[in-house]
Design a protein around this ligand. Structure first.
Ligand SMILES: Nc1ncnc2c1ncn2[C@@H]1O[C@H](COP(=O)(O)OP(=O)(O)OP(=O)(O)O)[C@@H](O)[C@H]1O
Length: 810
């Protein structure tokens, strides 16, 4: 967007602060302690009712009093807030002024309610938009208006475009003319309030929300809706252009971990939210001080949020802060804290000036932008060249002292390289998971279309199903394309890794104190390998979790057919199969699996039938009576547990990541060799091989290939197939009623799981032999296994239930 130079006249103004206290919610059964007087004064009563008169006159009470520009009690609507405190500012946007409105308050205090609202009490975003369009409609000049809108969220310090279906990470750029801009953010031209509302709803549906202890739909991200209004004068001899900008911000809520009971990802989200809100609070503090004591450093750069809000906090903007509070006594500390910052924010000064330019300026602005972008490109090129020369500089030319710092640089780069690869693999993994779901839905849709066409060819239902099918197909295609680009990035990342490794080797070869350097580098690289391993473990846990979910669903299906546990047991007895009852005998937590003796070799061995179920209500295990059983049993927590083959076992034990990293790591750790960890592939067998797979000597033929099956042709495809056969001939094939054999191998070159599946006889007696490998992630087995088992369930059911089951689930 071209910038428009503003005229020199500036008007200094202070931040407008309005406080809004929401009503008590049903969850809060406490006392209401917030009072609003004279539309400006807010009193927070002492939550402790035991304080007496003496306490009060001796000022030992915790009661607090504040005065703001506006204050609204629990009976005020969003419209009241809008009309009194915001409406006039919004009119300025159509006249070329900038405005920022942001809601600030603790979690559950009513920020989203105020900004977005409900159909009955529309929020400030909606009301502001309506005003903008009303004013434009009523404008009787011949001026031409153009309105554009963008909507972003900052989640865990990453910016996403809420108007993009699957937005990537966006970056902030500092433009000398335009200030902070979000590179790549979509700005959509709109010509009606309805269109913006549609976009707003779409964006809101994509926003990250979670249910927390305090708020059922807590926003986990900060959302910024920006409306830009450009007005071109059409008068003769006038080529003036003015542009106003309105930013509407719904911040995520600050919270105390102890109050929300959050754990895992939610806790991490909370920590990030708190960090960025703290950064905002620090900026408010510094800006408040600046007005009182002269210049103070304002730490805008501490978070993406404060960088985005920079203009609204100190630049060219009329800014309104809506501080939202809860009236509940349990929220006393949050309320006082919010009001404290709101009180400081009153001191913040901004300046406002019209953004006026000419159409000529418009063109010259573009010119300036191009120039500034060109200079940025040349700066980046220069940096790149410097980096390249650093990387290609020969370590031999460096002094011995430099060698260490050179190694530091290299290990830092290696660590970044690994982090990048992990991120790429994560993204690829998620993408493939989405496509897996898409493909399953496609399969169901095809079945449904075929059935429906038999009843009514080209009827409305068939058309609707076909339309949905097209959407799914498009999604699959888009995701596949994206997947290919991720693959390419992974390959580039691998290449970079090889370069780094070669440089490390060269550096060590050319240095006198080789042993020391070797140990040092080895130590660092093992740290990196550890990070990788943690990622793989997380992935493996996810896979296992999904398999269990499928299993659990299966049991829900059986139960939903009206069969109780006893009936299931009887049916399985009729089929000549053993079945375990629903009561879990030995629940084992996922974390407990780390005690498994097999784990150090990279295998997961579940020790009971329902390891995931901590509640004690796990799934039963069924197996054919004529099935071969392993005689192995494990001593787990001093209890001998028989290793029964159950469906869960097929899904858990089979999905280990037998990538060989761990076994080689194991050997590495136990090896007495000083470690030629940086040697080349054919010289060295283990060492740091799981950080540097290209150094590894593999037993598995899969490691020989770096190409995906889809890219193989002719001989190479045959070779790949032979490799598959290799796996199978190494297993005992064709055993009637033997258990399912599935394994997945981590292909480090491709960053994908390679699967080997050999199911001869599994739960409910299903049979299938599937050979080959796949570069899809292992979750693709989940729907497969489910549908196979569905068939076999229906075979087991009495005829009266079979048709119902088939109608419901096929
Ligand atoms: N003025 C109001 N009138 C009625 N209910 C309200 C009002 N303000 C908020 N609420 C209710 O309070 C609850 C929390 O509100 P909301 O989700 O807006 O909080 P929040 O500050 O955005 O929370 P978070 O920061 O966790 O996203 C919701 O159930 C909402 O409907």
């Amino acid at each position: 967007m071209p910038s428009i130079r503003a005229p020199p006249t500036k008007k200094t103004t202070t931040l407008t602060v309005a406080v809004k206290c929401r009503p008590l919610t049903e969850r809060e059964r406490g006392r209401d302690i917030v009072r609003v007087h004279n539309d400006q004064e807010v009193v927070v009563l002492d939550p402790d009712l035991s304080k007496d008169y003496l306490d009060r006159i001796q000022n030992r009470t915790k009661e607090r009093r504040y005065t703001f520009d506006y204050a609204f009690g629990p009976n005020s609507t969003n419209l009241d807030v809008y009309q009194r405190s915001i409406h006039s500012t919004i009119s300025g946007v159509v006249q070329g002024l900038n405005a920022t409105v942001f809601a600030y308050g603790s979690t559950g205090s009513g920020k989203t309610y105020t900004m977005v609202g409900t159909p009955d009490d529309r929020g400030l975003m909606v009301l502001s938009l309506n005003t903008i369009f009303d004013l434009i409609e009523k404008d009787d000049s011949s001026d031409e208006f153009e309105i554009t809108c963008s909507y972003l969220e900052v989640y865990n310090e990453v910016i996403y475009d809420l108007l993009e279906k699957s937005s990537g990470h966006l970056e902030l750029r500092e433009d000398p003319e335009l200030g902070i801009i979000v590179a790549g953010l979509r700005s959509i031209k709109v010509n009606s309030a309805d269109k913006i509302l549609e976009l707003l709803n779409l964006g809101n549906s994509r926003r990250k929300t979670e249910s927390t202890e305090v708020n059922e739909t807590s926003s986990r991200s900060h959302a910024v809706l920006e409306i830009s209004v450009t007005r071109k004068h059409r008068r003769k001899y006038s080529n003036q252009v003015i542009r106003g900008k309105l930013a509407l911000v719904d911040l995520a809520g600050s919270e105390r971990a102890s109050e929300t009971n959050n754990a895992g990802q939610k806790l991490r989200d909370g920590a990030n939210i708190n960090r960025s809100l703290l950064a905002l609070a620090n900026c408010i503090n510094a800006l408040g001080k600046q007005q009182k004591k002269g210049l103070a450093y304002v730490p805008y750069r501490n978070s993406k949020l404060t960088r985005i809000l920079k203009d609204g906090l100190s630049g060219n903007s009329q800014t309104i802060m809506i501080a939202t509070v809860s009236p509940a006594d349990s929220q006393y500390h949050h309320t006082v804290n919010t009001l404290k910052y709101a009180d400081r924010a009153k001191e913040i000064k901004t300046h406002i000036q019209k953004n006026i330019g000419t159409v000529n300026a418009h063109v010259s602005d573009y010119q300036r932008m191009i120039e500034s972008l060109q200079s940025e490109v040349s700066r980046l090129r220069k940096e790149l060249a410097e980096k390249d020369s650093q990387l290609s500089a020969k370590p031999t030319e460096k002094a011995a002292d430099d060698e260490l710092s050179w190694l530091n640089v290299l290990s830092q780069e290696t660590s970044e390289n690994v982090q990048e690869r992990i991120n790429l693999q994560k993204a690829l993994f998620e993408l493939e998971e989405t496509n897996l779901r898409n493909r399953t839905e496609l399969q169901h849709l095809d079945d449904a279309i075929a059935k429906q066409q038999a009843i009514e060819k080209d009827g409305a239902v068939v058309l609707a199903l076909q339309a949905r099918r097209q959407v799914i197909l498009d999604n699959i295609r888009d995701n596949d394309e994206l997947g290919v680009s991720y693959q390419k990035e992974i390959e580039a990342n691998e290449e970079h890794r090889c370069q780094l490794q070669n440089m490390i080797e060269a550096s060590i070869r050319n240095n006198g104190d080789k042993t020391y350097l070797r140990i040092l580098s080895q130590y660092r690289l093992l740290g990196i390998a550890n990070t990788e391993l943690q990622f793989e473990m997380a992935m493996r846990d996810q896979i296992i979790y999904n398999q269990r979910e499928a299993h659990r669903n299966l049991w829900s299906l059986i139960m939903s057919l009206g069969l109780d546990e006893k009936q299931v047991l009887e049916l399985s007895a009729q089929q000549g199969r053993s079945i375990e009852d629903l009561t879990v005998k030995q629940p084992v937590r996922v974390s407990d699996w780390s005690h498994s003796p097999s784990l150090e070799y990279g295998r997961y061995t579940p020790l009971s039938c329902s390891p995931y179920d901590q509640s004690g209500a796990g799934s039963p295990c069924i197996f054919p009576q004529d099935q071969q059983f392993s005689s192995r049993s494990f001593d787990f927590e001093n209890q001998k547990i028989h290793r029964a083959f159950c469906q869960e076992e097929h899904h858990t034990s089979s999905y280990y990541i037998s990538h060989g990293y761990s076994s080689s790591a194991h050997q590495h750790w136990h090896s007495n060799q000083p470690g030629t960890g940086f040697g080349s592939h054919d010289q060295h067998s283990h060492g740091l091989c799981y950080s540097f797979p290209q150094m590894r000597s593999h037993n598995s033929p899969y490691s020989e290939s770096r190409r995906s099956t889809s890219s193989l042709t002719g001989n190479s495809r045959r070779r790949w197939q032979q490799q598959d056969t290799w796996t199978h001939t190494n297993k005992q094939e064709g055993q009637k009623n033997s258990r399912a054999e599935m394994s997945s191998t981590w292909d480090p070159h491709k960053g994908v799981m390679v699967h080997h599946e050999e199911i001869t006889r599994g739960l409910f007696g299903y049979s299938q032999v599937a050979q080959g490998s796949s570069r899809l992630n292992c979750r693709q087995f989940s729907p497969n296994a489910l549908s196979l088992t569905q068939q076999n369930i229906s075979q087991m059911l009495p005829s009266r239930l079979t048709s119902k089951f088939q109608a419901d689930h096929f």
